[in-house]
Design a protein around this ligand. Structure first.
Ligand SMILES: Nc1ncnc2c1ncn2[C@@H]1O[C@H](COP(=O)(O)OP(=O)(O)OP(=O)(O)O)[C@@H](O)[C@H]1O
Length: 210
């Protein structure tokens, strides 16, 4: 099942400060649309609104739908969207593998353990599987958080600066891995970044002004 993500007429106000006005765009299955803009221009806030996690300090209007199903007003857990925040945290008391398995519905954890282990092997992180998050580098945590979000098999994924903690060579290979995973899963994705190198080839870009 492949679903298009559509945002229409989105306006967000933070007190007297307008973050975006009448923003409309759609993201096709397998597509990664990039949002760029100065710090504080509202990129993370837009992702929060789409996922259903926008706090009460903001006033927002607009519609979001996934595969024609209107999501506006639905709670975060009913939207089928995975969001990876910039400072996403792994559970400190669980090992890396346990963190990955926790993303899965309780009934699927045993059967999909092999898949989670394979994900770690694909990332070249197999030797970390029994470590706790405090024994990982920032870049290792970032990669594991992202794979945890994708393992839950969402219908769409929102990524807030997922590559910012990686050095240049690692960033390049992990970026390619993530884009390939999104293509294979056939889901729409939105990527927030400050780095133009992160924009996928032929990818669409939305630029926010301050
Ligand atoms: N929880 C909150 N309550 C009130 N205001 C907030 C909250 N979170 C962010 N803001 C404000 O909303 C505006 C947009 O913030 P946001 O984090 O969306 O920007 P951004 O474009 O993602 O920035 P950056 O590139 O620095 O991550 C900023 O002015 C910020 O100070």
């Amino acid at each position: 099942m492949t679903l298009e993500l559509a945002v229409s007429n989105l306006s967000i106000q933070n007190g007297a400060y307008r973050l975006c006005e009448d923003l409309s765009f759609s993201v096709a299955p397998q597509e990664v649309v990039t949002i760029m803009g100065p710090s504080g221009s509202g990129k993370s806030t837009i992702l929060s609104w789409i996922s259903g996690a926008l706090g009460p300090d903001f006033k927002a209007s607009g519609t979001v739908s996934l595969g024609g199903r209107t999501l506006t007003g639905l709670p975060i857990e009913k939207r089928g969207i995975a969001i990876l925040f910039q400072d996403d945290l792994l559970f400190p008391h669980m090992t890396v593998l346990e963190n990955l398995l926790f993303a899965l519905p309780a009934g699927e954890r045993k059967a999909r353990k092999k898949e989670a282990t394979q994900v770690l092997a694909d990332l070249g992180l197999n030797e970390l599987k029994n470590r706790r998050p405090k024994a990982l580098s920032g870049g290792q945590k970032a990669r594991i958080s992202l794979m945890r979000a994708l393992l839950s098999r969402p219908d769409a994924v929102l990524l807030d600066e997922p590559f910012s903690k990686l050095d240049k060579p690692l960033r390049k290979s992990f970026r390619a891995f993530v884009f390939e995973t999104i293509r294979t899963m056939g889901i729409p994705a939105i990527l927030v970044t400050h780095d133009e190198d992160d924009i996928p080839e032929d990818g669409r870009l939305i630029r926010l002004d301050e």
